[in-house]
Unconditional design. Sequence first.
Length: 140
Amino acid sequence: MKKTDLAYVAGIIDGEGWICIKNTKTSASVKVGVGNTNEWLICWLQFSFGGSVCVKKKWIANQKQQWGWDLSTRQASEFLKLILPYLRIKRPQAELALKFQARRKYRGGGTNARRMTEEERALDQSDKILMHKYNKRGID
């Protein structure tokens, strides 16, 4: 992909996108996404970087249709590495997400699964709190 395309995508993430650490029942993962009323843009993001696309529910009858695109875990991390040099507004979130994802280790399944240490849990919790502060809306 050309540098100009990566810079363009970074601008989309800075303006219309989001970067977060999402909790699941058993763990947490990095997520990156964009919501937009331009279906072509959302389809282009999926074609270029993978991920999934969904159609958002309209809450008001005359509201424009909105689409969403998102990436998770390693795919999100690889995407963030590509656009990091061009991010301005969401650069702190991207750097934190990359740090968080870099600590992820395959834990295996079944009885041989390695449990997280207390230190790993504390670092995860700290990153989640910091990401929440970065993404907080409104005035402090």
